[in-house]
Structure formats: structure tokens, C-alpha cells
Design a protein around this ligand. Structure first.
Ligand code: SF4
Length: 569
């Protein structure tokens, strides 16, 4: 199957295919999105207008079920930050698009009418079908109807009511390997961009497709074997299999960096109740649908995901991740895993980013709209979003808007996007990432918590963040899950050989860094054209003056260091 670029014009409701431009061939995922943004999208355009595009790009390694290497990158100009946005997710979307030979799917234009559509993709091409019966439905009901209509083997990328309302905290959900719409490209409001195109869902039928061709199957298989072995043998993998990303709960609290009651403390007195260890014990004791170890995509040997069931063994939600525990748990003073799981379900169903909404609710609590620790009130506020009330729309527009409307100064954002579960005053390298990433505050852009350094010392944090940001931009371009990095770190040359085996490219051992550097350079170029400058690469002023207990530290990495992170761009 020929690898091509597919374009879906939502105004004319046509789908066309074209050859991959030469300059795009060596990129995938995040890097390709940045390239397309620069080539095709006016940087100053309205993110919800006709000139913005929503791009789906599988990473370079996607298509062969190499463990944890089938991620889909979704991107465009962000309605939340006003800059470049790429948000990647696991699940089946990447694999199925790659099997149809889709290098990039570009949604473009603006509809002429208010009607909602499904975009159906298969080996026969693309077509639009009415989505009238799906309007206003949450993602769980929508996904089930689509599975009933098109059969159990499809992939789906879809939005919830949040995206329909074009809220800046809306994401795009993808089916996991068990057909649950649980893997969210959450950050930056891309669900609102899809909503602006009036697409409720993209259905991918890859039944007539095939795995992408391999230039050197022997080399590819050998590299895959080496990488998988190192991944399985890595000591961290057992920890992620047992506790998932929730293993970070204790770690973040231990460093004094867990966001607590709207970022007013770095330790949470209820941490034992919401830790990864507590969640594992609870899920094992409950049995039934509960499962502390679950894979989001076919072939993942790490299985950091989970299924959270209630006391009767019925599923509440899958998965519960650390960043959600941090932001709708500790950040709201909530120490009850069941309550966190139910909040998580509500936010998923609405198609909203739990990090952004957790931050917005923290701001709302500080403004007196809820008591910290009151999970019932948190659900009521989320119901306001579902009902589309003015307050709900304010909260659904993210923490920065909520802070401005409610008159709260302690708003944890950078470039307008909420910080995740790591306070940058306690983990300063991650603070450098939050401040300088072209993506806005995003832990996946370069988390530094595992670096063996004094995280409170401002010295040297710039270098750690830079290394991490380059690496993550590289992995996001390859379509590799963050945790796949454990395997690649111990299997030198395997990325080189996987790329050589897949494409026949003669790349060097530093190809990960090369891809990362190029991606960041492209993203910075787009942001500069959109009007961003050095003063945007900063954390909010209050974080430089308000000491964070228990270490009473402020974010004090010098501005000169922040300005040197991307000295090659
Ligand atoms: S490690 Fe976790 S997020 Fe990564 S591919 Fe596996 S289940 Fe998905």
C-alpha cells in the first residue's frame, strides 16, 4: 500500500490522496506536524478558523507493533497556547492509519453549515457520513454506537461535548486495544479544533490495509528483538507494570513536588491513600474488571495502564494515571481513589484534559467555588461544563481563563497551558521544560524527576531539561512511548537499525537527538512566527516569589539559562 498524505476538506466534504513531499519523508509524528504547520498554516491564524488544520501523523516506527512504538501524534495550532501543539496517545489509531498507508491525515477548511459528520477512512478512501445522532453524546456512548455501526475491528478518534463546545481544554480520544475510548491526546485544546471542523469522529477501517513495507526485514526484526529484550529486562518496567504511572505519586510527594491545593504545598497529607501502591492493593482486592496491569496498545510489554473497578468489580474507568491523581486528587485536596476515578470518567466522557481541568478546578477552589477535598462539589462543577453554563465554559476553557475571570493570581500555567503533577519549584529541571517548551507546560516534553541531581538547586537544570526535551521530541517523532525509552537506552543502535530496517535510511547512532533537535527547531520557528519571544519562556511570576512548602523553595533558574536552552535554533 503506497504511503501517502490524505487530505480531508471539511468544506467540500472530499478526501484526496497525494504523494508525500520530499521534505516530509524523513519525519513522522511530532516532527512532521511541526513541518506541516510551518509549510501550510499561517502562524497568526485563528486556531478555530478555516486556516488552521488538524493533523494526525503516526510516528516513524508506527505500524509493526514494536512494543510501545505505535503512538499517534495529533497536532495543529493550539487554541489554548496560541502556538504549536502536538499531543500524542497510545491505543490503535496510529497502527490503523499506518496500515492504510497514511503518513499524515490533514483535516482542513471550515464547514459551511452547522451539521456534524463522521469521517470514515478505509482502503477504498475517505467519505463523510452524518453524525446527527451522536451530537451531544459523551465519548463512551459515541464509541459504542460507532462500534455497533461499523463493527468491532475499527479504530476511532473522537471528541466529546467539550470539543463540540470548542472548549480550550478539549482533547481527542482514541480507542485502546480493548475498544475503550480511553487514550486521550489531551493537551492544548485539539478537541476544540476538531469541533471547529464539525467532525465528531474519525472511523478507521484498516481491514484492507497492510503493515508498512520493510527495506530490510532481517535487520528490523533483529533490532526489535534486541530492544524488546532490554525493555523486559529493565528494572523500572516491573514498577510500571505493577503500579502504572501512579508510581510517581510517592516519588513526586517525596521530592516535595506533588501539586496540592492549587499548588500551595508540595506534600499532601493524603498521599498514602492515593498512591500507586494503594491503588494496586485496592484493584487486586476488588478483582472483577479491576486490573492494575493493562496494555493500551497491541504488543506493549510494559503495560503501565490499568482498569479501575468499583467495589462490585464493575469498571469505573481505564486508566487512572498519576497526572490525574495529582491534578484532580492532591491538587483539589481529594484523597479518595474512587472519587478520583469517577472524576476521571466524567472528564473522559466530556473529552476534556484532566490536567487542565484539575488546574482550573484548583483555581476555582481558591476563588471559593468549592472547598478543597469536596469531591461532590468537583463533580457539580464538571456538570456545569457538561451543561454548557457560563461557569462551565469558563472552567472548560482552562486554568488561565479561569484565573482571569475569577481574579486568582496563583494560576499554574506556562504559555497558557496548565502544569501537570510536578511543581517546578521543587523539580526545577521540569520547571525549565514547562517554561521553555514550545508546547507550553507539558511534563511529557521533558520530565527531569528521574535525573540523579539535587532538584532544588537551580544550577545545571537547564542542561538536564535540554537533554530531556531533545530526547522526548525525538521519541514523539518516532511514535515511541516515553517508557519505551528504558529499552532503547540499553539497546544502543536499535533505533538506528529499526529505521534502517524499515526505510533503508543510513542514519547515525545519534538519530534520536537529530530528530529531536530538528523537531524543536521547527516548533520554535512556528512559535516565533506566531509572535512568541523570550518573555514567553517564563514561569508565572508568583512561582518566583512564593515559597513552596516543605522546602520553601521558589523557581529561581536564571533567565539567562532559560534563554540558552535552544541555542541551536
Ligand atoms: S507503556 Fe503504557 S502508555 Fe506506553 S504503550 Fe504501554 S500501556 Fe501504553
Amino acid at each position: 500500500m503506497e504511503v501517502q498524505v490524505w487530505r480531508a476538506d471539511v468544506k467540500e466534504r472530499v478526501v484526496t490522496n497525494e504523494p508525500v513531499p520530499k521534505d516530509w519523508e524523513h519525519l513522522g509524528g511530532r516532527g512532521l506536524i511541526a513541518r506541516i504547520l510551518l509549510d501550510e498554516i499561517p502562524a497568526t491564524c485563528d486556531p478555530l478558523g478555516p486556516f488552521n488544520k488538524l493533523i494526525f501523523a503516526p510516528g516513524l516506527l508506527v505500524g509493526h507493533a514494536v512494543s510501545s512504538c505505535d503512538r499517534i501524534s495529533i497536532g495543529g495550532k493550539s487554541p489554548l497556547t496560541g502556538g504549536v501543539k502536538e499531543s500524542n496517545a497510545g491505543g490503535s489509531t496510529g497502527l490503523k492509519l499506518a496500515h492504510l498507508g497514511i503518513k499524515a491525515l490533514i483535516l482542513e477548511g471550515a464547514p459551511m453549515e452547522d451539521r456534524w459528520w463522521i469521517l470514515h477512512l478505509s482502503a477504498n478512501g475517505g467519505r463523510y457520513e452524518p453524525a446527527d445522532d451522536l451530537v451531544g453524546l459523551g465519548v463512551y456512548q459515541t464509541a459504542q454506537r460507532l462500534l455497533d455501526r461499523y463493527g468491532p475491528k475499527i479504530g476511532i478518534a473522537l471528541i466529546g461535548p467539550g470539543g463540540e463546545m470548542r472548549l480550550s481544554a478539549a482533547g481527542v480520544l482514541n480507542l485502546d486495544k480493548d475498544r475503550e475510548p480511553s487514550r486521550i491526546s489531551a493537551r492544548g485544546g485539539l478537541g476544540a479544533v476538531m469541533g471547529a471542523k464539525r467532525l465528531k469522529a474519525i472511523v478507521i477501517d484498516s481491514s484492507g490495509g497492510e503493515k508498512p513495507p520493510l527495506a530490510d526485514p532481517e535487520l528490523f526484526k533483529a533490532a526489535q528483538k534486541q530492544y524488546t529484550k532490554e525493555l523486559i529486562d529493565h528494572p523500572q518496567i516491573a514498577s510500571y507494570a505493577n503500579y502504572g504511572t501512579a508510581v510517581m505519586t510517592h516519588m513526586s510527594d517525596g521530592f516535595g513536588g506533588i501539586p496540592t491545593r492549587n499548588y500551595s504545598s508540595g506534600t499532601f497529607e493524603g498521599v498514602e491513600k492515593i498512591s500507586g501502591e494503594a491503588m494496586r492493593d485496592l484493584l487486586l482486592a476488588r478483582g472483577g474488571a479491576s486490573n492494575p496491569t493493562h496494555a493500551c496498545m497491541t504488543g506493549c510489554t510494559i503495560r503501565c495502564s490499568n482498569v479501575f473497578g468499583d467495589e462490585m468489580g464493575n469498571k469505573i474507568v481505564s486508566p487512572v494515571e498519576y497526572e490525574t491523581i495529582g491534578m484532580v486528587g492532591a491538587n483539589l485536596g481529594i484523597d479518595d481513589l474512587d472519587a478520583i476515578a469517577r472524576l476521571n470518567w466524567e472528564l473522559n466522557d466530556l473529552g476534556l484534559d484532566s490536567i487542565e481541568i484539575g488546574a482550573a478546578l484548583g483555581v476555582a477552589a481558591e476563588a471559593g467555588l468549592m472547598e478543597f477535598g469536596d469531591a461532590k462539589r468537583a463533580i457539580e462543577l464538571i456538570t456545569e461544563i457538561r451543561q454548557g453554563t457560563v461557569l462551565g465554559r469558563v472552567l472548560g476553557s482552562g486554568a488561565a481563563v479561569a484565573g482571569r475571570v475569577l481574579g486568582v493570581r496563583r494560576v499554574p500555567v506556562a504559555k497558557g497551558q496548565a502544569m501537570a503533577g510536578y511543581d517546578p519549584r521543587a523539580i526545577k529541571g521540569t520547571g525549565v521544560t514547562y517554561a521553555t517548551s514550545p508546547q507550553g507546560a507539558d511534563h511529557t516534553a521533558g520530565l527531569t524527576i528521574r535525573a540523579k541531581v539535587n532538584h532544588l538547586d537551580p544550577k545545571g537544570q537547564m542542561e538536564i531539561s535540554r537533554i530531556s526535551q531533545i530526547k522526548m521530541a525525538g521519541y514523539d517523532t518516532l511514535g515511541v512511548c516515553l517508557f519505551g525509552g528504558f529499552g532503547f537506552a540499553n539497546a544502543p543502535g536499535s533505533i538506528r537499525d529499526l529505521l534502517k530496517g524499515r526505510y533503508g535510511w543510513d542514519v547515525g547512532d545519534d538519530v534520536l537527538q537529530e530528530l529531536g533537535r530538528e523537531t524543536l527547531k521547527l516548533e520554535r520557528s512556528f512559535n516565533r512566527a506566531a509572535g512568541f519571544g523570550p518573555e514567553d519562556d517564563r514561569l508565572p511570576e508568583w512561582m518566583t516569589t512564593e515559597p513552596l512548602p516543605p522546602h520553601y523553595s521558589v523557581f529561581d533558574v536564571p533567565r539567562e539559562d532559560l534563554d540558552r536552552v535552544f541555542d541551536w535554533t
